[in-house]
Design a binder for this molecule. Structure first.
Ligand code: ATP
Ligand code: MG
Length: 464
């Protein structure tokens, strides 16, 4: 493909600022010993070696980087020749991984005009930058990065920080600023819009107005991004300890409809705000789990993120007169399929996600056999946690939560106390209460919805 006339990322040539050690205050004690080893070895080999990207940024604000990336003017083959424990990866652009047990130090050769660091996924439609990656100078390497805060280089030769794009001042001011002309940079790689939201959330930075301004208008470009990459990005947004802040930034920047279209619609249609309340509570819980270093699962996360869409879809199908059990399965499949058009969602996550939803109606059942069967279900715990969460949307779940909490501790007694019979309608009755139905008031649920014309399905959960 011929390369369209995409302007280079920075219009004016980069101006180097060297921030000496006494000023920036970074110390090698805060850095990965393995990353330091790699940089020293490169330097002994006659090459330049720099700690770069998120690690420098995080250290400058007193954070703990999750990985330490190194940039160098050595080619991947030259890097490989220096290390026994090194393998080369990547097709489009070769990177060296130097392996130290469980820690991998990624060593990248300076490059000009690359795409993203996430690898080989970009395709060539939609006017995006698609050029072969070529090795470049450190200046070129700096300006092809996304935000100024991500383009700082800590030099092992003199322990200074090299800043070509004003990133040091931006980190001090805690502001995210795209390098170059924002709209062009988003068109090159729309995922940068999500990175803006994610990094602002993670770092507690503001977003420079010129960097934020084009996002709501350009958000639809995310439809062109690879679903697998959007899935990865979604996990980073919501499973890294700053889910609430991520969600708020996505909303503020108008990115939610691009990432979770049906959830955005369902939230907008849910005038009581109950679904949003529950979603935020779930995200708060997720952040708390991450803070306590407890495991978090993509299946539960997606069950939460797509629950508003599921409720809405379920309400629509039932409004058409579909049987409850059938409507639940259909709604689950429909929502999953539609979301797959946007973000990938491997089956090992989508199946348990659907189970969490479908198990919700079974909490109303109290017959002995059913209670024991549900307690033994592999997804019981996740489904129960989800039920607990639903209390944030509606207080009608309190009795179920209390019963199942007790049933986990003393199943026989709980069943006996409940009389060993079903206290609620079996599945066939229209008893699953999609939260959107609340717009109609929390009336009794026995009443069957009248059949509607099929065309009326899109009218939403609570049409007049
Ligand atoms: P995190 O703390 O989440 O790892 P990070 O900034 O290190 O944040 P990475 O995805 O690890 O993010 O990317 C490493 C570096 O690569 C970034 O700091 C940035 O310089 C560059 N980079 C990553 N993604 C892009 C992109 N889409 N466009 C331009 N540069 C990018
Ligand atoms: Mg990183």
């Amino acid at each position: 493909m011929s390369s369209e006339s995409v302007p280079p990322p920075a219009a004016s040539g980069p101006q180097l600022q060297v921030i000496p050690r006494e000023v920036h205050g970074l110390s090698r004690r805060q850095m990965s010993q393995n990353a330091l080893r790699v940089m020293y070895r490169l330097r002994e080999g006659g090459f330049g070696a720099y700690l770069v990207g998120g690690a420098v940024r995080d250290l400058l604000i007193g954070g703990h980087p999750k990985d330490f990336d190194v940039a160098t003017d050595a080619t991947p083959e030259q890097v490989k020749a220096l290390f026994r424990n090194c393998r080369l990866i990547g097709r489009r652009f070769r990177l060296a991984h130097v392996v130290f047990g469980r820690e991998i130090i990624e060593v990248a050769t300076f490059r000009a005009n690359g795409g993203d660091d996430d690898g080989d996924r970009q395709t060539d439609d939609g006017g995006r930058l698609l050029r072969d990656n070529v090795y470049g100078s450190i200046e070129e390497d700096a300006v092809r990065r996304d935000f100024t805060a991500n383009a700082l280089y800590y030099a092992i030769e003199d322990f200074s920080v090299r800043d070509y794009v004003g990133g040091y001042a931006d980190v001090q001011a805690r502001v995210l600023r795209l390098i170059g002309e924002p709209e062009a940079r988003y068109r090159e790689d729309p995922v940068r819009m999500l990175r803006a939201a994610r990094l602002a959330a993670k770092l507690g930075f503001t977003i420079d107005p010129a960097t934020a301004a084009p996002i709501p208008r350009l958000a639809p470009l995310l439809a062109e991004a690879a679903p697998a990459r959007l899935f990865e990005e979604t996990l980073k947004l919501f499973l890294a300890g700053h889910a609430v802040a991520s969600f708020e930034w996505l909303e503020r920047l108008g990115l939610l409809p691009a990432l979770l279209p049906e959830t955005a619609q369902a939230l907008a249609a849910n005038t009581s705000g109950a679904l949003r309340r529950m979603l935020l509570q779930g995200l708060r819980d997720t952040d708390a789990r991450v803070a306590r270093e407890e495991p978090v699962s993509p299946a539960f996360l997606y069950a939460l993120l797509l629950w508003p869409a599921y409720c809405r879809s379920l309400a629509q199908l039932q409004a058409q007169g579909m049987h409850a059990a059938e409507a639940q399965r259909r709604a689950a499949d429909r929502v999953t399929l539609h979301q797959l058009e946007r973000t990938a969602l491997p089956r090992r996550f989508s199946l348990p996600m659907q189970e969490i939803w479908l198990l919700q109606t079974r909490f109303a059942q109290r017959q002995r056999k059913r209670v024991f069967r549900l307690l033994a279900h592999p997804r019981f715990r996740a489904a129960f946690d989800f039920l607990t969460l639903r209390q944030a949307a509606s207080d009608s779940h309190a009795a179920d939560v209390a019963f199942w909490r007790e049933a986990q501790l003393h199943p026989a007694e709980a069943v006996a106390a409940a009389g060993g019979v079903a206290t609620a309608a079996p599945l066939e009755q229209p008893e699953p209460e999609p939260e959107p139905g609340e717009a109609e008031g929390a009336g009794p649920r026995k009443r069957r919805r009248r059949r509607r014309r099929p065309g009326a399905a899109d009218a939403g959960p609570a049409p007049a």
